[in-house]
Design a protein around this ligand. Structure first.
Ligand SMILES: Nc1ncnc2c1ncn2[C@@H]1O[C@H](COP(=O)(O)OP(=O)(O)OP(=O)(O)O)[C@@H](O)[C@H]1O
Length: 366
């Protein structure tokens, strides 16, 4: 699959832009603060409904404007499809697929498989568990759109249970209300745990191979799902934690407290890994995602590399570039160094200057 065309209207610093893309490698370069990341953020938005920078929808609208539009045309299995996103300063955004407005966000998930890789992702191993949970959630919702359904229901119930724990201590029906919420939590939470378990089992062997190669066959990487509760004893543990939860005013048991551990030669590198080991493992993880998507959905995802090449040494850059065959890739950078020119066989070049896109592509096609 690949993105053919993108149009922006009042999106971030863009007033108007219309760009045609190449099915291969698209390099978006320019000085700082010109609009490079904004451009690939718009692609990410069309695929996932959200900004990868966790910005609020309103922040995506050009300052002083009331609304913004992003329109994307992509080709999937030889069929041309479109996504429209209409962001509004007041009210909820509207999304349409092939001009038909969608009712639920999960209609969008899985339509366009996208992998974003930015310098922040290199910190995935050393950052807190929240980032690792976000990683699983994003990947799984692309691979299995139903996952998003269970996750959003789980979080809704969790929020309501927490509100009850915090604010309604004197209610006479407290225990019976909590019984109802607990049943719901276990219902959705169990599916989440099972789906996460399967996802990690699928990713594990791919990650092992990628990392072995990247480390020059010196290190073996293992990925372990640290689920807060097992499916079998979830209900019992939730009930046992109730008195404590009432004191703390929050739910202390469940998949919202899950984590993933990464071990190199049996040592937990979240805590004991060197910075190089942590970054190599993060890169291996991103490359494994590409492989897993190819395997499970039968087509290559679209890869967005936001300013990440300059963060890698030549050996890692080389290995990453080896993975770009047959994958539409967007690379943002401030300049194109000789290494990239030598490594890439052909690419389209776009210069971004003050939110204007200058297509220099034909000069660089091989
Ligand atoms: N809602 C908005 N309205 C107008 N301008 C915005 C809005 N949001 C962000 N900007 C501006 O967009 C500009 C470009 O941002 P972007 O993150 O795309 O830069 P970049 O080209 O990727 O730069 P860098 O190389 O520094 O990462 C910034 O100057 C920022 O202030």
């Amino acid at each position: 699959m690949y993105i053919r065309h993108l149009e922006l209207n009042n999106y971030r610093n863009y007033q108007e832009a219309a760009i045609d893309f190449d099915p291969g490698i698209n390099i978006i370069y320019g000085d700082n603060a010109q609009g490079k990341t904004n451009l690939i953020e718009a692609i990410y938005l069309c695929a996932t409904s959200k900004s990868h920078r966790l910005s609020k929808d309103k922040e995506l609208i050009r300052i002083n404007e009331k609304d913004a539009h992003v329109y994307m045309v992509f080709e999937k299995n030889d069929i041309i499809e479109t996504v429209d996103v209409h962001l509004k300063k007041i009210g909820k955004k509207n999304i349409a697929i092939n001009k038909n407005p969608i009712k639920k966000l999960n209609e969008l998930f899985g339509l366009i498989n996208i992998i974003m890789f930015s310098p922040e992702d290199l910190g995935l191993i050393k950052n807190g568990p929240k980032d690792r949970r976000r990683f699983i959630d994003l990947e799984l919702s692309q691979l299995k759109p139903l996952y998003m359904y269970y996750l959003s229901h789980y979080h809704k119930v969790l929020k309501q249970r927490n509100q009850l724990l915090k604010n309604n201590h004197n209610r006479l029906d407290m225990q019976s209300l909590l019984d109802v919420w607990d049943d719901q939590l276990v219902k959705y939470g169990t599916t989440i745990i099972e789906m996460r378990k399967n996802f990690i089992e699928d990713l594990k062997p791919i990650l092992y191979e990628k990392h072995l190669h990247l480390s020059g066959k010196k290190e073996t990487l293992d990925m372990v799902y640290e689920n807060d509760v097992d499916v079998e004893d979830y209900k019992v543990k939730l009930a046992a934690a109730r008195t404590g939860d009432l004191k703390k005013g929050t739910t202390t048991v469940g998949p919202h407290r899950d984590d993933i551990r990464f071990d190199i030669n049996k040592i937990d590198i979240r805590i004991y890994g060197s910075q190089g080991q942590q970054r190599t493992a993060a890169l291996a993880l991103k490359l494994s995602e590409i492989e897993l998507i190819k395997k499970q959905v039968n087509h290559a995802p679209i890869l967005l590399l936001d300013d990440v090449l300059s963060e890698l040494d030549h050996q890692r850059q080389h290995y990453l570039i080896e993975h770009l065959k047959d994958i539409q890739t967007f690379i943002t950078c401030t300049g194109i160094d000789d290494f990239i020119k030598k490594e890439l066989n052909g690419y389209q070049l776009y210069q971004i200057k003050d939110a204007k896109v200058i297509n220099e592509s034909d000069l660089h096609k091989c």
